[in-house]
Design a protein around this ligand. Structure first.
Ligand code: DC
Length: 232
């Protein structure tokens, strides 16, 4: 069967990653979490002292960006892909609040975006890929056969993110902190000069505020099958 490219974009914490991961598993496609790549670069900056408060030393990062290797490996026990930064598994680490608080700064840097977009396009060359992010349908794969734009209300997204943090053992972060972080990232994602978050003209919109994971999966599979039928 012909393989296609699936681009899933949308706001932070609207369940894009879970959705993209589950869909990829179901249709036996490769899943790439592009946000994890920006998070890994952010962690690299934190670990290498490239931040002074919220000020990023872009000059230094430019010199070091070629040293950053980000790959995804499948964890055979959980059957989930995990992010590796220069050989180290950082899957958990990149989801912590210090990274979340600084990732918008790093992902707004033009040369960082260029490097990530290039790597993402390489990963998608053979098709058969589901990639989620902010600019996948608009910049990374403008020719993707299936583009989805996901939304959910900020309140619901903050509740989901908080639950995720709690499940990972974070009992400190408050709802207000998560909510503020989300609002700030929404604003920055939509207003940066390079690769801003916006719905591609040919993307299908999905508001998942009030639907179950199962209903969402059915919706996605219907759209996927529709495209596949058209491609035949
Ligand atoms: O999907 P996420 O919340 O893990 O993404 C982390 C950050 O990375 C988010 O604040 C926006 C940025 N990002 C981006 O600029 N472009 C992408 N394709 C994916 C994520």
């Amino acid at each position: 069967m012909k393989k296609i490219t699936i681009a899933i974009d949308g706001f932070s914490s609207c369940g894009k990653s879970t959705m993209a991961k589950d869909l990829a598993k179901k249709i036996d496609y490769i899943y790439i979490d592009s946000g994890a790549m920006y998070r890994a670069v952010t962690l690299f900056c934190i670990q290498n002292g490239l931040f002074d408060g919220n000020v990023l030393n872009e000059e230094k990062l430019k010199k070091q960006i070629a040293e950053i290797e980000i790959i995804f490996k499948l964890n055979k026990d959980t059957n989930k892909p995990e992010t590796y930064l220069n050989g180290v598994n950082v899957e958990e680490r990149i989801r912590q609040m210090d990274v979340s608080n600084k990732v918008s700064i790093v992902s707004a840097v033009t040369f960082v975006r260029e490097a990530m977009v290039h790597q993402q396009q390489q990963m998608g060359k053979a098709k058969g890929i589901v990639m989620d992010g902010r600019d996948i349908g608009t910049v990374v794969f403008p020719d993707a056969e299936l583009k989805i734009f996901v939304t959910a209300s900020p309140q619901i997204r903050a509740e989901r993110r908080l639950l995720e943090l709690r499940n990972k053992g974070d009992q400190q972060t408050t709802f207000e902190e998560v909510f503020e972080n989300l609002k700030e990232r929404d604003y920055k994602d939509q207003n940066r000069a390079e690769g801003p978050l916006r719905k591609a003209d040919d993307a299908l919109e999905l508001d998942n505020s009030h639907i179950t994971i199962e209903q969402q999966m059915q919706w996605l599979l219907d759209k996927f099958n529709h495209v596949i039928d058209d491609e035949k």
